[in-house]
Design a protein around this ligand. Structure first.
Ligand code: NOJ
Length: 552
């Protein structure tokens, strides 16, 4: 398959940017971000170079889990705007060449969803079977996904005397996917948002969603995921499912639909992300290399989504206890920076003690590892967390646009803001868009450059990954090769500068290495080349052959 023939597989070379409308820009001055505010910032996102916007949940919700507790799958939370405001964002984004995907949170509803309000009225209510009930508390009960916050997955419903299942908080009852009516409702919601113009979904909690409720016979649970994918594709051939599946690679392979690629289009690489942090802590890329090599071979249309931070805790649950402790000690030395015994509640720059060299190296990796990069809002300017906000919410503070105390997020009084920005060295006064926009040495411009180069290097999303041989243990040298060319990157995980003797034996005599982030052009002398790397340095190259017709 030639890349040139498959450019419609846009997600293979996308730059995804995740944001919560609530914390991006407040247009009406009530302290809460809104769609009208986001519409005013689409040009900023276009300038940054992103190609796909992932909107976190924005449906009506009591907001007890940041919108992941929905009361109306078709609505827009009135605090954030109306359908009209949503459409305006869609129109502006499309005009600037940005696709939009939205969170699909259908493993559960809020306990205030009309279905659940009905369901708990009586055991014979028509909506009873929309949820999962048990007459007694099941013996194999386990703590939920949030240990310390919830001790059981089953909650007694006082009125009807039965227990309902909730994989997450007790106010988020799991829906019963064995019920065809529920499956139909899920399909309808998907169809609705596709009709509103979205290009797909970030699918929340996929393994929980397709799990068969106790005592029900649904056959192969993956058939449900295949059903969703078929429905999606019938309605929109360009739409994708980007799934949250934090499982070992072997199982992730199944969630892609194996070699057929018939289930999720993309999946976050949780294993790669966790290995990256172990490598950073050890100043040795071996763990990351091992993970990348263990990635199963997926269908050409499937894709890995790389990320270094998201809106949840930075989970380290797939590391061994010893490895996890190494990462904890390096990046979350204080117990208060950890959560659920498995994760970290900090953003990247504070974890890396604000060292600009290391921070830039991490983002250079994000944009050059095989797959599609996903940014969490504020990463491009190096925002920190507000350590005074407990739990996962510490990283969900307002976007910092300027140096004013509210970061230009809102004209409301500080006390009315949906969340308080950090007050330390990461306060808006120190970290904001305006200050970095015109500074060529800023992180913002660095990320912008990386994005531009990534977008000109389709090999990163498409190519065949290879770890290159050389003589420095602390350096990851890799290449991505496809029919359009070969991209080469080097990353130094150590603080000491070094010289790497790289071997690219199979390249033509007259090939050159063209520096993609600087002016250099080096002849590939018999396949051998010597590359200088600064402390935590990184270099991006393209193997250029005379007459290959590529710019740089
Ligand atoms: C995963 C989401 O990322 C998280 O924020 C949420 O709390 C749970 N799913 C429940 O929806």
């Amino acid at each position: 398959m030639r890349i040139t023939d498959t450019s419609d597989l846009w997600w293979k070379t996308a730059v995804v940017y995740c944001l919560d409308v609530e914390t991006f820009l407040d247009d009406n001055g009530d302290g809460v971000g809104d769609f009208a505010g986001l519409a005013r910032r689409i040009d900023y996102l276009a300038d940054l170079g992103i190609t796909c916007l992932w909107l976190m949940p924005f449906s009506p919700s009591p907001d007890r889990d940041d919108g992941y507790d929905v009361t109306d799958f078709y609505g827009v939370d009135p605090r954030l705007g109306t359908h009209g405001d949503f459409v305006e964002v869609m129109r502006t984004a499309r005009d600037r060449g940005i696709r939009v995907i939205v969170d699909l949170v259908v493993n559960h509803t809020s306990d205030r969803h009309p279905w659940f309000l009905e369901a708990r009225k009586s055991v014979d209510n028509p909506y009873r079977d929309y949820y999962v009930w048990s007459k007694t508390k099941p013996k194999n009960d386990a703590p939920t996904v949030f240990p310390g916050e919830e001790s059981s997955m089953w909650e007694l419903d006082e009125k009807t005397g039965e227990y309902f299942l909730h994989s997450f908080y007790r106010h988020q009852p799991d829906v019963n996917i064995a019920n065809p009516k529920v499956r139909n409702e899920i399909a309808k919601a998907i169809g609705f948002w596709l009709q509103m113009g979205v290009s797909g979904f970030r699918v929340d909690a996929v393994p929980f969603l397709i799990e068969a409720p106790k005592d029900t016979e649904i056959g192969d649970p993956h058939e449900f995921l295949r059903d969703i994918r078929r429905f999606l594709q019938r309605r929109s051939s360009e739409a994708v499912l980007l799934g949250e599946v934090n499982l070992p690679y072997r199982q992730q392979f199944d969630y892609f639909g194996g070699a057929a690629g018939s289930e999720l289009t993309m999946q976050f690489d949780f294993i790669g992300m966790q290995s990256l942090y172990l490598s950073l802590a050890r100043r040795d890329p071996t763990a990351l290399i091992r993970a990348l090599r263990q990635r199963p071979e997926i269908a050409p249309e499937s894709q890995w989504a790389n990320f270094v931070r998201n809106h949840d805790e930075l989970t380290l649950d797939k590391l061994t206890e010893k490895q996890r402790n190494e990462v904890f000690e390096a990046f979350a030395p204080d117990e208060s920076q950890r959560i659920y015994g498995r994760g970290i509640t900090r953003r990247v720059p504070p974890m890396l003690e604000g060292d600009p060299r290391r921070i830039r190296m991490v983002y250079s990796l994000l944009f050059s590892l095989p797959g599609t990069p996903v940014l969490f809002y504020g990463e491009e300017i190096g925002m920190g967390e507000n350590a005074d906000i407990p739990g996962r919410s510490s990283v969900r503070t307002p976007m910092q646009w300027d140096a004013t105390p509210t970061g230009g997020f809102s004209s409301a009084r500080s006390s009315r803001l949906v969340a308080q920005p950090p007050g330390d060295g990461y306060a808006p006064e120190h970290v904001n868009v305006v200050a970095q926009r015109d500074d060529p040495d800023s992180l913002l411009q660095h990320v912008q450059r990386l994005i531009a180069r990534y977008r000109a290097s389709a090999e990163i999303g498409w190519g065949e990954f290879e770890v290159l041989e050389h003589d420095q243990k602390a350096v990851l040298a890799h290449s991505m090769r496809s029919d359009i060319g070969r991209f080469v990157a080097l990353h130094n995980f150590a603080e000491r500068p070094m010289n790497v003797q790289l071997r690219l034996d199979d390249e033509a005599e007259d090939a050159n290495l063209v520096d993609l982030l600087g002016p250099e052009r080096m002849p590939l002398d018999g396949g051998h080349v010597s590359v200088e790397l600064g402390a935590y340095g990184y270099r991006w190259f393209r193997v250029s052959r005379p007459g290959d017709g590529r710019l740089g």
